[in-house]
Design a binder for this molecule. Structure first.
Ligand SMILES: [Zn+2]
Length: 441
């Protein structure tokens, strides 16, 4: 495909007008302001459109789309124990598939080309990723059973091993399996040390929830001799290979330095942190420390969407508003976080930039819309003006997956029907819903 006369966000996250971008196979093969001599096949007219790297949703629980809007207005512990855990306990294999497909369909329509997923059962999610054409770093959220068992006997660890065997590197590398710990408060030390050893052995990235709530952060210090979750994980050897931490709301100065020195990434999830009342990550401080900061939506149960455009906007506005500094987190920096930083957090060095030789993971936004015109500043229009509905094309590994509202690899209606059926079956299995007192009571 040849994108003709299109505005491009280039590898330096600068705007280049009237460009030609040629895609061959799974790569970007040509980028210039001159018409190429070679033939790239189908020509895509780029007038009033901007081509940018596909978004990377750096922290997600995609099958939780089935719980979208199911648990509202509850504090985290009640949210988990009264609503989320009972629901999740009844999810069966086909339900995971439809939940994942629903989330993937939503993300493709929002310009997302890759996501980092953590869930307790991943086989059907892998199948959905394989069929849909999107990229995914997939991880089993390992927790420790009570009473404890040896690392290799943990059923979740065994599930992870079977995923490594079946799916790691599958589909032209679109699917990567990450090592993973759910969190400090859900795992014992033997599990953390076992995972750290395994990550070193495999050279894998380890995905972990880190310092999401004050209770978790301070609780860890009380449990672990004053050590923060980041310090404790470092002591267990987890930072000796690459780590990918979600949230980091309560990170301290020393934690940021630990993460920077270890080359770890943080997936900032502003909407989820606000909705669950967890707080706001100090993104400017993290960036200043030199930590790679990406952006994620978290699951749809705590967001309620998987829309990276609204997440970018929120990220920038929060940074400015809290610091009282309108110069902080400008569109260029936030767009980098939502694309290239995400790709790096996934260990995908050849993704996340519009650059010759890079994977053709890209999205096209139509700026010819009443809520965007006139365009004085393209980057500002993308981050502050554009909505998910302005995405007109999503391409992953050179394959168009979504164009002008139409999915090319999946059936929108059958997925929505399957997801609706799944949610109803799960609710039936739970039985009568327990009454939750309203907030006013
Ligand atoms: Zn999460």
């Amino acid at each position: 495909m040849l994108f003709r006369d299109i505005t491009v966000i280039d590898e330096n996250f600068e705007v280049r007008n009237h460009c030609y971008v040629g895609v061959r196979g799974d790569k970007i093969a040509y980028l210039s302001d001159e018409l190429p001599k070679e033939d790239f096949g189908e020509v895509y007219g780029g007038r009033d459109k901007v081509l940018l790297p596909g978004f990377v949703n750096a922290h997600c629980h995609v099958a939780m789309t089935l719980l979208r809007g199911y648990a509202e207005g509850l504090p985290l512990d009640r949210w988990l124990h009264e609503k989320v855990f009972p629901f999740e306990a009844q999810i069966q294999s086909e339900h995971f598939y439809y939940g994942a497909m629903l989330g993937i369909a939503e993300m493709l329509a929002c310009g997302v080309t890759s996501f980092s997923e953590m869930y307790f059962s991943c086989e059907e999610i892998a199948r959905a990723v394989a069929e849909s054409g999107i990229k995914c770093n997939l991880a089993v959220g390992v927790t420790s059973p009570v009473p404890p068992v040896p690392f290799e006997d943990n059923l979740l660890v065994r599930h992870m091993f079977s995923l490594f065997k079946r799916w790691d590197g599958a589909k032209n590398g679109r699917i990567k399996i990450d090592t993973c710990l759910h969190a400090e408060y859900t795992t014992d030390e033997e599990t953390v040390r076992g995972m750290a050893r395994l990550a070193k052995e495999k050279g894998s990235i380890t995905h972990v929830h880190l310092s999401e709530t004050r209770e978790e952060h301070e609780g860890c210090k009380a449990r672990r001799g004053g050590r923060t979750p980041a310090r404790y994980f470092a002591d267990c050897g987890l930072l000796e290979s690459r780590a990918h931490f979600a949230h980091g709301v309560y990170l301290e100065e020393g934690d940021r330095e630990l993460l920077r020195a270890a080359g770890a990434s943080v997936a900032h999830c502003p909407a989820s942190n606000l909705k669950l009342g967890s707080g706001v990550t100090d993104v400017p401080a993290l960036l200043k420390s030199g930590v790679n900061v990406a952006i994620g939506t978290d699951g749809a149960a705590s967001n309620n969407n998987l829309d990276m455009l609204s997440e970018m906007r929120l990220c920038s506005l929060l940074g400015k508003g809290i610091a009282g500094d309108p110069c902080l987190l400008p569109p260029r920096e936030v767009l980098y976080m939502a694309t290239r930083a995400g790709a790096l957090s996934q260990g995908r060095e050849d993704c996340g930039l519009i650059k010759e030789g890079f994977r053709a993971d890209l999205t096209v936004l139509d700026l010819h819309r009443p809520h965007i015109q006139p365009v004085h500043d393209v980057l500002g229009a993308v981050v502050f003006g554009a909505k998910a509905s302005d995405v007109v094309l999503t391409m992953c590994d050179g394959r168009v997956l979504y164009k002008d509202g139409v999915y090319l690899t999946l059936g929108e209606e059958s997925i929505m029907a399957g997801a609706d059926r799944s949610a109803k079956e799960i609710l039936n299995r739970i039985g009568p819903v327990r009454q939750i007192e309203s907030i006013s009571e």
